[in-house]
Design a protein around this ligand. Sequence first.
Ligand code: ATP
Ligand code: MG
Length: 548
Amino acid sequence: MEENKASNFIEEIIEQDLKDGKYDSILTRFPPEPNGYLHMGHAASICLNFGVAKKFGGKTNLRFDDTNPVTEDTEYVESIQQDVHWLGFDYANIFYASDYFNQLFEYAIQLIQQGDAYVCDLTADEIAVQKGTPTEAGTNSPYRNRSVAENLDLFLRMKAGEFKEGEKTLRAKIDMSSSNMQMRDPLLYRIKFAHHHRTGDQWCIYPMYDFAHGQSDSIEKITHSICTLEFVPHREVYDWLIAKLGIYPSKQYEFARVNINYTVMSKRKLKQLVEENHVAGWDDPRMPTISGMRRRGITAAAIRNFCEKAGIAKREKVNEFSLLEFCTREDLNKIALRRMVVFNPVKVLITNLENEVALDIEDNPEDEKSGTRKVAFTKEIFIEKDDFVETPQKKIFKMEIGQAIRLKGAFIVTCNEVIKDADGVISEIHCSYHLDSQSGKDTSGIKVQGTLHWVSAQYAVPVEIREYDRLFKVENPSDEEGDFKDYINENSLVVISTALAEPALRNATTREHYQFLRKGYFYLDKEATDKKIIFNKTVGLKDNWSKK
Ligand code: ATP
Ligand code: MG
């Protein structure tokens, strides 16, 4: 049972509950509101909810918390399902809180009949005032002592659409002097004449979070209802409602939100970035959304690993973006196919090469099962402009006149001459290759200090490269003065249109990840076509970014 050892406090609770025989098996749920695309915080919640269930032989439901008709949309419902699957998790059931609207309505009737809920005519502003403060008790609503009969009549008429929005609410009758503000007669239902993405125009009253959430948990017999810390004060309401209704006693547990620096992690803010065109959509590779990270080339395994390392805490903290990059590199190093792409090319002529040489170059030295690919070594090739220097520097090994250097997977070449145009710009570099120095069968005895990537001029294909930087200039844009959007990094996207790739990349797909030698990890963008090949830079080979 070693593998089932608890690795965070939520797992410890579950482990203990199972030991105590409280449950035969556990059931968790992931309850997103379908009002945006999922982000890294949700990924953490998914990994936790599905992770603990898997670890302790239980199951997890996916439940759309779709009780607010105004902000929800089927597009979001679909993207959320896709994201959960992509992260590698299977749900036992897919439910919608809106499936329970009839049942919730029945529960409301039950509370009214028990004298535990009443219809209130106060406006939202009046309710806010009579709610009191954390140090001062609230005052009872003048409608608090309506008779059961009157409450029933009014509630049915609310449902029938006889009142305007905001005119009446249904409230739980708990305690206006409770030290917990949430217990001061919380709202259970409000009137909203809005079209719902699933129930259409069937309802004009909608349950509030407090009323829908715990009851949905109970209906599904969720054993451990895991949510984030802001719901701690709601737990008392959660328990009160379940007790009053006498329904399945689901239990709520809270953990701290997972944050990352240099970004924002709230659907509301991410939506603003999309709607105001600061990014190219929810799946823009700079976004901390699951779909954005996927498009960038970050793998599900890397995200799961990040969530594991970030951990489940009782107190909020901000994780370093570079931790996600570390996890990404770690995974991609194992799986990425190695390819050569020259970003800023200069031509090199191999003066003594007559016929092209067919080379076999390994796809991934980290993976024994990966094979090799054919690469043609031709008379004209390209290397990076930056890889040639006229004035040699210590400890930096580049191509320089009179020196030998290896071309990856090919031969050692010696640079003999540079040709410049009238403006003094290098137009061509002349080298000669050493016939007996081919990689893997080198008998030349020549010692070289460096290896350069290159592409054949004859066969290279042009590709567009999109490189990304942090989306924000500051670590915590939400904590800064003014609007978080004032801190957007305008230079977070750099497009390189001069790059030339080895021909194998003509067949690149999103089923593969690539390491461009000496450049980083790259992933084919969804906008790529046969005519225009586009790669997103997922992450560099080294961490150039964390705390300098
Ligand atoms: P947002 O503020 O981004 O809209 P939310 O909490 O309102 O987030 P929901 O769709 O209601 O989003 O959340 C679904 C689940 O994901 C909830 O259980 C919520 O607690 C959890 N969750 C949301 N954000 C985070 C986060 N940053 N870290 C961990 N869990 C999160
Ligand atoms: Mg929410």
